[in-house]
Design a binder for this molecule. Structure first.
Ligand code: SF4
Length: 368
């Protein structure tokens, strides 16, 4: 328990990240503007530039007096993300960005354009303390929690890339945000929830992305799921289950030794009861580890009367790892078995494989 407690909102940067507009509530933004001797309405202007126009350069804002711009830049929009590397695949429709934060820490985001939507997958922590053995991020351990400003800035950068037509197919709107990059979002609860509010609050005070288009994933931190339930938001909860039995899950997802499969699912059921939102079960299919038919049967029995949808993810192997993706025939049999129980199931497309698309692989490669 002490190990898990350690990663709950307690990992702070060695050198504090500079405070950013996105770290503040609407009331705090106004109060800060006034404390700097500026009229309160400037808070609205700053938020509009940032959340509506995705413009983080006060020097280019003509509605703010030139003499005031350096003050605004310093106190509200310090540069939090420096681009280090950008890698593309799927003819540019999938793009991975590697960012350096103020203290040198590296994080990644992945932007994916589909026919009907554009999704960004963001990081909530630098590294991760959950130690899942099949995951590149887990191997590196946790460096620190990201701030709300650092998390929100990843989304704003993605929204800007979409709006300015950086992806093939012309300008588009960022429609979905998934907290499935580096880190366990519920282990950095406060900053993640502040970011969620920045994402779903209507413009100009937030990005105005619908709550139903935001997904927060967790490996099953039950107190975090309970807190999330009490927020009564319409965001989607994704539980990374990876196996229906505690024996294997204790190994695949070590936090399972604290919260067992039944406890995790029961917390997710309460989320459904409060929000009416179906949750998603994430299941990385790993060859000969968790892809047997009997496990699919067990998962089907566990989920058949629950309001859940299974998202099977063919594992993207990390370099040098013994874990690899399931055989196609085993994947098909797994899907069929779940369908037999009436459990809705989809197989996630494997976007990003050529660009080290599994979480943490790009950051790991850059450190090497
Ligand atoms: S799979 Fe997710 S929770 Fe597990 S170590 Fe990787 S980033 Fe952390």
């Amino acid at each position: 328990m002490s190990e898990i407690k350690l990663v709950f909102d307690e990992i702070k940067p060695k050198k504090k990240a500079p405070e950013h507009l996105a770290d503040l509530t609407i009331a705090e933004r106004r109060a800060k503007v006034e404390s700097l001797g500026l009229p309160a309405f400037r808070a609205n202007q700053i938020a509009t530039h940032y959340f509506t126009h995705y413009n983080e350069e006060p020097n280019s804002w003509s509605d703010i007096p030139a003499a005031m711009r350096p003050l605004v830049a310093e106190h509200f929009l310090p540069k939090l993300l420096t681009p280090i590397r950008q890698v593309e695949c799927d003819k540019g429709k999938t793009r991975k960005d590697l960012w350096r934060l103020h203290d040198g820490v590296l994080v990644e985001t992945v932007l994916m354009r589909y026919k009907d939507r554009t999704t960004v997958c963001i990081s909530s922590q630098a590294g991760c303390g959950m130690n899942c053995p099949f995951c590149a991020t887990g191997q590196a351990g946790l460096t620190r929690n990201l701030t709300a400003g650092e998390i929100t800035s990843q989304v704003v950068a993605a929204a800007r890339a979409c709006a300015s037509g950086e992806l093939p197919g012309g300008p588009t709107r960022l429609s979905n945000v998934v907290f499935m990059g580096m880190g366990e979002p519920l282990a950095n609860y406060n900053a993640v929830m502040k970011s969620v509010r920045n994402i779903i609050t209507p413009q100009p005070d937030g990005l105005g992305i619908g709550a139903r288009s935001v997904t927060v994933s967790t490996v099953g931190l039950v107190p975090g799921i309970e807190k999330l339930t009490s927020e009564d938001l319409q965001i989607t909860l994704a539980v990374s289950l990876h196996t229906p039995d505690d024996e294997l899950r204790d190994t695949l997802v070590p936090v399972n030794s604290r919260w067992k499969v039944k406890e995790v699912l029961s917390a997710a059921d309460k989320y459904v009861a409060m929000t009416g939102r179906r949750y998603s079960i994430e299941y990385a299919l790993i060859r000969d580890i968790n892809d047997q038919k009997w496990r699919a049967d067990l998962l089907g029995r566990l989920l058949k009367n629950r309001h859940a949808h299974v998202n099977l993810i063919p594992l993207n192997p990390t370099p040098g790892s013994k874990w690899t993706a399931s055989r196609k025939e085993d994947e098909i049999a797994f899907v069929k078995t779940l369908e037999k129980y009436g459990v809705p199931v989809t197989v996630r497309d494997t976007r990003g494989r050529e660009i080290d698309g599994a979480c943490g692989q790009l950051a790991a490669a850059n450190k090497a």
